[in-house]
Design a protein around this ligand. Structure first.
Ligand code: SF4
Length: 377
């Protein structure tokens, strides 16, 4: 391991805990297929406290993201944040843009030790955002919540889903980030699971063009940029450097101490604990390594066969397995799983074809594209 790098066989860069699947919204892209009511078998407050104690065993400063559903459906969130903060965890949250996200609750989470709050913007106007989220007024609530967070001294991250329905809004959403003073833009490239199956992904060449553009944004805007379920963002950065662009490839530090190394994939730098305690490589790869009620999350992450196999990039098949970028990228394991049922298959979002590779291409069976859409390095 290089000095200053992160040993992802020992600890995830990001540990997400889905506090609940309950949520008042019905967003088109919802991974969780959010429900109106809380599940009776959700991890309790005491079990959640134990989970946080397990997470602290990963090491000092472990990043924990409280997600949902809408985590604020639960009334123990501030207590969980305070406990995590006491344990030395870096606690962050991704609430839904609903009326539950009041200025009082934001302030109580900030007081409890929250380090960053993420809000979702999938459109740059009330019309486009609210249509995507399935709730009139969501856009205004989200902008208001971002302002309240800043007033409470909380750094704000904006999460955006990239798909055919949203991609043309990205430049206007970028402008909004500057207006609301966000520190980070997390750009999620659609994985067709849950309600997201009704959305259309962008084609591979467009995805690469968006990633090129995002690198330019990261160089010119005051906020950092990271991608989710698109580790080829790092391959794009390396190709830019090979073309003479010497800029950094994405370990952005937006000023709240939460750096993001690009190139992490499900099970390798990333782990997800479901509302009932199942440990998945990501929220978009619902294969369980076990349950935190039976084995600590540290053991499941470090020792389970599922996670170990995902961390060995030489296990990858198809063009990802033959790719010279597999150790810095590796492709979205979640998207490979969603398309083929095999988490080690190739990521169909990536247009890159390694030089000399003559095996099957992930899009051969889907849209009839032909080999050679991108050249090797
Ligand atoms: S082929 Fe796979 S490993 Fe190579 S850049 Fe594309 S997604 Fe990444």
């Amino acid at each position: 391991m290089r000095p200053g790098t992160f040993d992802t066989s020992e600890r995830p860069f990001v540990l997400i805990w889905e506090l609940t699947q309950a949520c008042g919204l019905a967003c088109d892209h919802c991974r969780a297929d959010a429900q109106q009511r809380r599940h009776p078998d959700e991890l309790s407050t005491a079990e959640g406290m134990t989970l946080l104690e397990q997470a602290a065993e990963f090491g000092d400063g472990q990043l924990v993201v409280l997600s949902g559903g809408d985590p604020l459906v639960r009334d123990d969130v501030a207590d969980l944040i305070a406990h995590g903060d006491d344990l030395g965890l870096r606690m962050t949250i991704t609430p839904s843009g609903t009326g539950s996200l009041t200025a009082d609750r934001i302030e109580s989470m900030a007081d409890a030790g929250l380090k960053r709050m993420a809000v979702s913007l999938d459109g740059a106007s009330p019309e486009s955002h609210d249509a995507f989220r399935g709730e009139d007024g969501s856009f205004e609530e989200t902008i208001r919540a971002a302002e309240d967070a800043r007033a409470a001294g909380l750094p704000v991250q904006v999460n955006t889903t990239v798909c055919r329905q949203t991609v043309d809004e990205l430049p206007a959403i970028r402008d909004l980030l500057t207006e609301i003073g966000a520190v980070m833009w997390s750009v999620f490239f659609l994985v067709p699971v849950g309600r997201g199956r009704i959305l259309e992904p962008v084609p591979p060449e467009r995805a690469d063009a968006v990633m090129e553009w995002l690198h330019e944004v990261s160089e010119t805007e005051p906020f950092g940029v990271k991608t989710t379920e698109a580790p080829q963002y790092r391959r794009v950065a390396m190709q830019r450097r090979a073309d003479g662009d010497e800029t950094d490839d994405g370990a952005a530090d937006p000023g709240d101490g939460i750096k993001r190394r690009t190139g992490i994939v499900a099970g390798d730098g990333f782990a997800f604990v479901s509302h009932t305690g199942e440990v998945f490589p990501s929220g978009f790869l619902p294969e369980s390594a076990g349950n935190v009620r039976e084995r600590p999350v540290t053991e499941l992450y470090r020792e389970s066969e599922l996670f170990r196999s995902l961390r060995d990039r030489d296990n990858l098949s198809g063009k990802c397995g033959a790719c010279p970028y597999r150790h810095v990228c590796g492709g979205s394991r979640s998207r490979a799983f969603a398309h083929t049922g095999d988490p080690l298959a190739s990521d169909p979002l990536c247009p890159f074809v390694p030089e000399g590779y003559d095996g099957p291409l992930p899009w051969d069976d889907t849209d009839g594209k032909t080999r050679g859409v991108s050249s090797g390095d």
